[in-house]
Design a protein. Structure first.
Length: 74
């Protein structure tokens, strides 16, 4: 199994398909260099609808949920 963590696109450049291109390029390179890998795990914030949509378009399926908690002290 391989993991793909963050796919970052600077705010001024969002909405032009760059996230999809970066993720697709990474998946193609992984397939070429590590053909034995059969699964890729990726993570997204629930509110990141754009990247969630990209993951669905690329065939990713939900496999679980994680949560983070924060307390602000001042």
């Amino acid at each position: 199994m391989a993991e793909q963590d963050d796919t970052l696109v600077a705010k001024p450049h969002r909405g032009h398909g760059l996230g999809m291109l970066v993720k697709l390029a990474n998946l193609r390179r992984l397939q070429k260099e590590y053909p034995e890998v059969e699964r890729v795990m990726t993570f997204n914030a629930e509110e990141n609808e754009h990247m969630l949509s990209i993951n669905v378009q690329l065939g990713f399926k939900p496999a679980g949920y994680d949560g983070e908690w924060q307390k602000r002290i001042k």
